[in-house]
Structure formats: structure tokens, C-alpha cells
Design a protein. Sequence first.
Length: 447
Amino acid sequence: MNSNSPLGTLTHSGWKLGLCAIALQATTLSGCLAAPDDVGESIDDEDSQTYGVAGATPVAEHGWLKTAGNQIQNQNGQQVQLKGMSLFWSQWGGSFYNASVVSSLVDNWKVSLVRAAMGVEMGGYLDNPAAEKAKVKTVVDAAVDKGVYVIIDWHDHNATQHAVQAKAFFGEMAQLYKNQPNVIFEIFNEPDNETWAEVKSYAQQVIAEIRATGANNLIVVGTPTWSQDVDIAANSPITGYSNIAYTLHFYAGTHTQYLRNKASTALSSGLPLFVTEWGTCDASGNGGLNLAESQTWIDFLNQNKLSWASWSLFDKPETASALVPGASTSGNWTDASLTQSGSFVKQKILEGTSGNPPPPPPPPGAFQFSVSPNINSWWIQVNVAEPGHTINTVTAKVNSATYNLTLQSWGDWTISPPSPVPSGTQVVFTATDEAGGTATFTSQPWP
């Protein structure tokens, strides 16, 4: 899981797992393909939601998924947003890898997506391939029976070291499920210290193995820094293969506007994103519950129709878990069995389903400008935020000159102007959001 580190601690057993980071970073932190014609029926409502067609399952409604530009589309060329839950690492959360849990998520939570997070290291697939593979197949087959989408996730932080095993595994899974539109292949959960060039090389090998079977299922590729650096991947996307999306992970207690800005940059570059994992708390998975920031992220995902799976459907005693310790491993959970995070996420999944209309889009918000204390005559730097919205452009007017600022990885907009800012000048900033809203801000006299 965690976008900031590969290892955390399983509190009630002392096991270590890559749900979260031991050490957080101190600083800042496509193509189309033809879908088989034997799946589902055509749906004409361009804005139909999950379960939006009477009696239709998500897969019957949407069919084969395909990427087109920065979108993930259904069989009719309409952008689709899936919502659901990620199961916990299979080697520790395997008791929840059963058909009853999948049925409960579909019937009671109205999920359109389930993620089977197959642990690779630390007692996972590398040590027990048959057992872990069987857990995944149980979840996949249950999802197919219920008509929802399912992610087969190679839940690994060191996948570049396990390319041989990954190719064999996904080759087998692709051969088995190449005729199932339900199945999505996530081939690298969270790269941590690998460069994009290293991740890309690994991905090309695994993708080749999948495509060699004739499988055209959607493939999702992890991105550097615990699947945060989607903007870096956008500078050099995978070519030679179609139907590839890229992973974005966030934890609302740690990752804020700066990461949404990186996502916006990637989307603007035409990169299709899939949020295969996110949490309501900080990146450790335990503590820092932030439902306000979680809602800001949900608004962003809804605005961009990004599909998502929340971490995690498990009863580990930590903030990220959707279930309280001792919750049933066969589903049909009461409200008392849900954590605060679980209750929030369930509500977000239900929004937009039958009988649960989506909330109205957020109104234009108040732009928030904050000029960096690091400014000088040769450096202009400002942070701009607007809750519920994405900032697309920022300019700075210095007397009669206007400069376009560049969004940096840490979330601020900057420029080193071609001529110094005269001392005492009041710089006028103008920001524009994704809806076309604008706001201006006049700085204090420049130092």
C-alpha cells in the first residue's frame, strides 16, 4: 500500500508488510482496441452510473474497458468510473478472499470493482505460489459471477527483481482470463526507489507476456515513488502496446493538492490514470484520518471520472481498515462492523448508484494564494489551492510583463523571470481552474 514507504507493521502480530512507509520523505514527498462483440448490450446514456441501467451489472453495462487519450472508456466509447474496495495483502488477509465477501460488497455496497492484492514477498507468492494464486482465482471467479470488474494485483515493491516470476504468473492469468472483460491486470503495485526507466522496462516485458496470449484486457502500470510520479511517466509513456493505464496512489492524511497537481499534469499530457489504491488516513495506514481531504480527493476523482479502489477491506486494527477487529470474514457487515473510514468509503461507493443520487458538483470555491517566503528578485513562487477544484494555470504580472508559471512537484507554481522583480513591486497572480473559474491576488511589496 503506502505511497511513501514499502514497510509497515502489522500491529497485532508484529509481521511486517508493505502497506505503509516506515520513513516518510521529509520533503515533497494509450490507445484503443476493439472489444469483443459478445459482452453486454449497448447503453445509450452517456452519463450512466454503476448499476444505472435497470438490472444491469457493471460488466453487462460497460463490457470491455479500453483507454482512449486520458480516459478509460467502456465498450460504447463512453468514459467510465469504477468504484470499489481493495482486499488486504493476500498472505495476511486471505480469510477475506472468498465469494461471500465479494457478494456482500456487490450486493450491499454496490461496488463495481474489487481488487485482489496478491502479496508477492514476505511469505506471499514467491514462497507459496499455489496457495496465493488460488486465493486470487477465488476472488476473480466470484467477481465474474457477480458481473463486476476485478483487479489482479502483483502487490510488490520490488517487482523489477521478480520479472521472471511476474511474467510467468501474468502469462498464466492472461491465458485463463483473456476472454473475461471483468479482469484487469495490475502488474506492479508500488515502485518505491526504482526509476521510471526501470519500471517501464519491467512493464514492457510483462505486457509482452500478457499480449502474447491474445489477451487485450486493460493493464495498469505502477509509477515511481509509491505510484505518485504519474507526471514523470507522462513524459515517456509506454509505446508499442495499447490499452495501458497508469497507477496513482494517495493517502489523504499525507498527500494533498501537490499530488492532485501532478495528476492533473499527467492527465493534461494525455495519460490515463487508475487509482487502484487510496486511503483516508496518512501514508503509514494508521493515524491521521482526514475525511475532509478525502472528500476533496473524491471530488477530484469524480470531476475527472477516475476509477478507484480504497484500501482496505480488512479488520487489522489500523485507521485504513474498513472493518473493525473481529468483523465477519464472510461479509454482510452491520454498521457496527465498520470503522469510521469504512463508513465513509462505503457512502462514497454508494453515491451515484440506484437510489443514491450523486451529490451536486462543488460550487466555485475560494481560491487560496500563499506566496513562498523563499522569493527574491530572481524567483517567483506561489501556492494556489481551491477546495474541490483543480488549478490549471497560474500567471504572474510584474508591472507590464506577464509570466506563465510552472507547476512543480512539491505543489507550488514558479518561475525565474528573465529580468529581476524590482524591489517594492506588487506582483499580481492570476489562477484558472478546470471549470474556467479565475481569481487574482496581489502580493505584498516584493523584497
